[in-house]
Design a protein around this ligand. Structure first.
Ligand code: C5P
Length: 230
C-alpha cells in the first residue's frame, strides 16, 4: 500500500476538541496538520501533547519575516521534529536559503515547504494586492525560487499541480489544500478539486480540514476519503 497522503488540518482553538478529532480519524490519516489557530491558542505545550499520538506532524505556521527571525523560529519548530513545516516563498531567497542551511546543519529530516499563493486567493484578489500576473504564473515563479533555494516542496492549489509537476519533474514535493468533494462546502477556498483528482494529478500530500473536522461524523468522513484513495 502507498503511504497515506491524507493530512488532517486540525484547525481548532480547543485542545480537547483537537484530541477528540484526532482519536476519531487516526486510523484513516497519514498525518496531522497543526496551524496558526491551534498554535495561538494551545501553544507549544499543545503541540507536545499532539506529538504523543505518534502520527507524522505537519507544523504549518507559514513563516514570513526577516531572515534572522525566521531562521531562529524554524530552529524552535524543528525541536518538534515535524515531517513538514511551511515558510512563505515570498519571504525571499535569503530567508529560504538560511532555512535550508539550518536544516542541513541540524541534520533535520523536516521537509521545508514553501507556500506559493494561499488557496483562498483568486486572480481578482491577487490584483488587489498589486500583483497583475495570473495565479498560475505567480505560482510558477515562486516555485522556481523555492527549487533554486533548495526547498523540499511547495504548497499550491489542486489547479496548479500538473503545471508544477511537469516543470520540476517530481523534484519538488507538492502539498495541496483546497480539497473538496462534490457535496462539501467550499468555505473560503477558491481553487478546489476532489482528493482523488488531486492525487491523480500528482499531489504528494493532500491537506483536508473542514470536510472532515466540521462534518457530523469526522471518523466516517475520514474513512470515506481513505477508501477513495487507498
Ligand atoms: O478546512 P480546509 O480543508 O479548507 O483547510 C485547509 C487548510 O490548509 C487550512 O489549515 C489552511 O490553513 C491550509 N492552507 C490553505 N492554503 C494554503 C496553505 C495552507 O488552505 N496555500
Amino acid at each position: 500500500m502507498n503511504k497515506n497522503p491524507i493530512y488532517c488540518a486540525v484547525d481548532t482553538s480547543d485542545l480537547e476538541n483537537a484530541k477528540s478529532i484526532i482519536e476519531k480519524v487516526a486510523p484513516y490519516i497519514g498525518g496531522i496538520k497543526l496551524g496558526l489557530e491551534f498554535f495561538t491558542s494551545c501553544g507549544l505545550s499543545g503541540i507536545e501533547q499532539i506529538k504523543k499520538y505518534d502520527i507524522p506532524l505537519f507544523i504549518d505556521l507559514k513563516l514570513y519575516d526577516i531572515p534572522a527571525t525566521v531562521e531562529k523560529s524554524l530552529k524552535n519548530i524543528m525541536n518538534f521534529e515535524p515531517l513538514y513545516t511551511t515558510l512563505h516563498i515570498s519571504g525571499g531567497a535569503e530567508m529560504l536559503e538560511n532555512c535550508v542551511r539550518i536544516k542541513n546543519e541540524l541534520n533535520s529530516k523536516t521537509n521545508l515547504i514553501g507556500v506559493t499563493m494561499l488557496t483562498s486567493f483568486d486572480n481578482q484578489g491577487l490584483h488587489k494586492i498589486g500583483i497583475d500576473r495570473a495565479i498560475k504564473e505567480e505560482v510558477k515563479i515562486l516555485s522556481e525560487l523555492a527549487f533554486e533555494c533548495g526547498m523540499d516542496g511547495i504548497v499550491c492549489s489542486p489547479k496548479e499541480i500538473e503545471n508544477i509537476k511537469s516543470s520540476f519533474q517530481g523534484n519538488l514535493k507538492i502539498i495541496t489544500p483546497g480539497i473538496r468533494g462534490q457535496s462539501d462546502k467550499s468555505n473560503d477556498q477558491k481553487r478546489t478539486l476532489s482528493a482523488k483528482d488531486a492525487i491523480e494529478k500528482g499531489a504528494d500530500v493532500i491537506v483536508v480540514g473542514r470536510p472532515i473536522t466540521h462534518s457530523e461524523d469526522p471518523s466516517t468522513a475520514a474513512q470515506n476519503l481513505y477508501n477513495e484513495l487507498m
